[in-house]
Write a protein that binds this ligand. Structure first.
Ligand code: ADP
Ligand code: ASP
Ligand code: MG
Length: 440
């Protein structure tokens, strides 16, 4: 079994869907295809939810109508026969009728998840109509019947696997399966999702659950690049990464991968390939156990970071102090990204301000608290970089003009991270591109 995931831009135009159909039928290996929503759809659905949450039904209605018009226009270029067009229009009609019904119901968090799920439901159903028109045998596997998260909103391979296998068993006569990325059911049985960019996570979870031979992530760029191509002009694709390196890059902001999508593939040792739908012959990036080479591979940036500094003269000599601090973050289920300590102070960073007030309140008895927002973690990732000669001197030479707030070095063999004000992000990424990679 192989898994192929196609992102929003890869299915965002009728001709792209046609191309996807070619790519998924090239090999004879049984394949599970994971699709995202058409590009722009999830953003539009978020907008519809926001208008409803704000009680602005008229605005929500306008947004629904605009999105529906987009889908209606999509169909004539996707399929040609009257039968297929009628079927596709019917699908679009049903999903937009659902959105229009929701418009009349009082808004809730659970309802917003139902709205968000429409994107992947639409893309997979429309793609299925196209495959049918082309006479390509396949089955639709409803993700809501096998993809789930537990009470901590975390997916478990052990609960996904039996449900997926049972569904595959029902379609033994088929070799091609289409399913929705991103969407799942939560512990209450409601429709939920794996957070933005979550289709990558679906793909990796499906690949792990099915013990696939490979998990291919098809997107709009030829693999993981050494730097953020949205910020820096000259970037190059990386041939090979280890799971650890890829996980660090994804977690620390390389948008090409969902932040936590590597662990399932890593756990089941399924190689991950990052490939370009627009340039299928390009080598892309291979992610396996082996790193391939030693040294710096890439830098990534993660925005929206908050630092919390706790200063106390009574602090570090007292054992148990750090535990008490960490317990506060554990209580609010808020992960810490970076940490530095000195004799009298400890600084940590978090990437969510959701419980900031409560956390600060509970930390106050331990010392003086200072909070700084609008920070960015810049991570330098590579194999054994902590042991690579000159990495720190090169890093600090490159960063002379940047007011670095924190440095994390040595915690991971694959990562050196620095914390900078977000206003310095572009400059920092550019300086590192020149200083570490010799690129303009
Ligand atoms: P998809 O819709 O296929 O999931 P995404 O937009 O989520 O695609 O991810 C691909 C995008 O990630 C690229 O177009 C690129 O702009 C961005 N990106 C950010 N950092 C990197 C990086 N280090 N390497 C490659 N792409 C990156
Ligand atoms: N459609 C979802 C999003 O835009 C999931 C994904 O594309 O990975 O976030
Ligand atoms: Mg993505």
């Amino acid at each position: 079994m192989k898994v192929m995931k196609f992102g929003g831009t890869s299915v965002g135009k009728p001709e792209r869907m046609h191309q996807v159909a070619q790519l998924i039928t090239k090999s004879n290996e049984p394949t599970i295809v994971v699709l995202s929503a058409l590009s722009g759809t999830t953003n539009a659905l978020v907008g519809i939810g926001e208008s409803m949450a704000a009680g602005n039904r008229e605005e929500a209605k306008q947004k629904i109508d605009t999105l529906e018009a987009h889908y209606k226009q999509f169909i004539p270029d996707l399929v040609k026969t009257t039968a297929a067009q009628t079927k596709a229009q019917q699908i679009v009609g049903e999903h937009f009728e659902f959105l229009n019904i929701i418009l009349k119901i009082s808004f809730s968090e659970a309802l917003s998840k139902d709205i968000l799920a429409q994107g992947e439901l639409l893309s997979t159903k429309l793609f299925s109509v196209y495959l049918e028109e082309q006479g390509i045998a396949h089955s639709l596997l409803p993700a809501l019947e096998f993809m789930s998260i537990d009470i901590h909103e975390e997916p478990q391979i052990s609960s996904i696997r039996p449900k997926l296998n049972a569904l595959l068993e029902q379609h033994k006569d088929k070799k091609l399966f289409i399913t929705q990325g991103y969407i799942c059911r939560n512990a209450r049985g409601e429709v939920d999702n794996l957070k933005r960019g979550g289709s990558d996570y679906t793909a990796s979870l499906v690949a792990a659950a099915a013990q696939a031979s490979v998990c291919e992530i098809w997107t709009d760029i030829d693999g993981m690049h050494n730097n953020d191509p949205r910020v820096v002009k000259k970037t190059v694709a990386i041939e090979q990464l280890s799971f650890e390196e890829a996980a660090e890059l994804a977690y620390f902001g390389a948008k090409i991968l969902h932040p936590t999508c590597i662990w399932p593939a890593q756990q089941e040792k399924v190689p991950v390939k990052l490939l370009n739908t627009m340039q299928p012959e390009a080598a892309g990036t291979v992610i396996t156990q082996e790193a391939g080479s030693v040294g710096v591979k890439a830098v990534a940036a993660k925005d929206g970071i908050i630092s919390i500094n706790i200063k106390s003269s009574r602090m570090l000599l007292a054992y148990g102090f750090l535990r008490k601090i960490f317990e506060v973050f554990e209580k609010y289920r808020t992960p810490i990204d970076m940490i530095t300590t000195s004799e009298v102070a400890v600084s940590v960073t978090i990437d969510s301000g959701q419980h900031l007030k409560a956390i600060v309140k509970e930390l106050e008895p331990f010392g003086a608290i200072e909070v700084e927002t609008d920070l960015t973690i810049i991570s330098v990732v590579g194999n054994e970089i902590a042991q690579t000669q000159d990495i720190l001197s090169k890093l600090f030479d490159a960063l002379t003009p940047v007011p670095v707030r924190m440095v994390s070095y040595g915690g991971s063999k694959h990562n050196v991270s620095i914390l900078v004000p977000s206003s310095y992000k572009t400059q920092t990424l550019q300086l590192l591109n020149t200083g570490l990679f010799g690129l303009e």
